[in-house]
Design a binder for this molecule. Structure first.
Ligand SMILES: Nc1ncnc2c1ncn2[C@@H]1O[C@H](COP(=O)(O)OP(=O)(O)OP(=O)(O)O)[C@@H](O)[C@H]1O
Ligand SMILES: [Mg+2]
Length: 230
C-alpha cells in the first residue's frame, strides 16, 4: 500500500524581482495512514508553503512529491484538480468560504464538487455542522458569524467531503480553548477511526498532545521531529 505522502528534496523558492525567498528548503517526509502530524515553527518558517505544496495548490520549485504513489510534480494544470478532488481536503488559514453562501450552502457546494447532491448531501451537511456546534447557525452567511464560527464552517466543509488526506492550516487559530480542543479531537478521531492522514500546521502549543508526531520547521527546513506523547 502506497503511503499518503512521500516527498524528497522538496523546495520552493519565491522570486520577487531580484529577491529570492527559500520558503521550503529541502524537505523529506513520509506520512502514514491513520496518523495525525503537527507542523510547528515560527511565523515565516514555511508551514503554509509546505502544506500548500502537499495539497497540490502550489507547485514546488524542485523535488519530488508522491500522493498515494503518484508523482504529481510533473503533472499539468489540467491534471492536478483530479488529484485534489480524489485525495485532498484543505482547511485554509484564511477560511476561503464563499461570502454569498450560508454555512450550509458552503458545505453543499463542496459536496456537489465531489458528486454528492440532494438528500444525502443535505443530511451530511446538517450532521457535520451539528458536530462542530453550528447546528443553530447553518443558515448564516460568513459575515454574520464570528471568526471562530467561520473557522468551524471551514473545518466542517473539509470534513464533509471525506478525503483520505486532510491538510489543515492553523485550524485552531481563531478558536477559544474549548472549541480548539473540539476541532482537534475531531481531526484526531478521523485519523484513528477512519485511517485518514491528517497534517496540521499550528502555533498552538496547547494542542501538542493530540499529535502522533510533531515536526518543527525553521527557515524552510524540518529541524526537529518528535514522536507524540498521546
Ligand atoms: N506568495 C509569496 N511570495 C513571496 N514570498 C512569499 C509568498 N508566500 C510566502 N512567502 C514567504 O515565504 C516564507 C514562508 O511563508 P509561509 O507563509 O509558508 O510561512 P508560515 O510558516 O506559514 O508563517 P505563519 O505562521 O505566519 O502563517 C516567508 O518568508 C514569506 O514571507
Ligand atoms: Mg502560515
Amino acid at each position: 500500500m502506497d503511503k499518503p505522502i512521500v516527498t524528497s528534496g522538496l523546495e520552493k523558492i519565491y522570486r520577487e524581482g531580484t529577491v529570492e525567498v527559500s520558503a521550503v528548503a529541502g524537505v523529506d517526509l513520509e506520512l502514514n495512514e491513520g496518523e495525525i502530524v503537527g507542523l510547528f515553527g515560527p511565523s515565516g518558517s514555511g508551514k503554509t508553503t509546505l502544506l500548500s505544496i502537499l495539497g497540490c495548490i502550489l507547485r514546488p520549485t524542485r523535488g519530488s512529491l508522491r500522493i498515494y504513489g503518484t508523482e504529481v510534480t510533473g503533472m499539468t494544470e489540467a491534471q492536478l484538480p483530479t488529484i485534489r478532488k480524489r485525495y485532498i481536503s484543505f482547511i485554509f488559514q484564511g477560511f476561503n468560504l464563499f461570502p454569498a453562501l450560508t454555512a450550509h450552502e458552503n458545505i453543499m457546494l463542496a459536496l456537489k464538487l465531489k458528486g454528492i447532491t440532494g438528500t444525502p448531501a443535505e443530511e451530511k451537511s446538517i450532521a457535520i455542522l451539528e458536530t462542530v456546534g453550528l447546528g443553530q447557525r447553518m443558515h448564516f452567511l460568513p459575515r454574520d458569524m464570528s471568526g471562530g464560527q467561520r473557522q468551524r464552517v471551514a473545518v466542517a466543509r473539509a470534513l464533509s467531503v471525506d478525503s483520505p488526506l486532510i491538510l489543515a492550516d492553523e485550524p485552531t487559530g481563531n478558536l477559544d480553548h474549548e472549541n480548539g480542543r473540539n476541532v482537534m479531537e475531531l481531526l484526531r478521531t478521523l485519523a484513528t477511526e477512519q485511517k485518514k492522514c491528517v497534517v496540521v500546521a499550528t502555533h498552538d502549543n496547547r494542542i501538542e498532545d493530540i499529535f502522533d508526531r510533531t515536526m518543527v520547521m525553521e527557515d524552510g527546513r524540518i529541524i526537529k521531529e518528535m514522536r507524540g506523547s498521546s
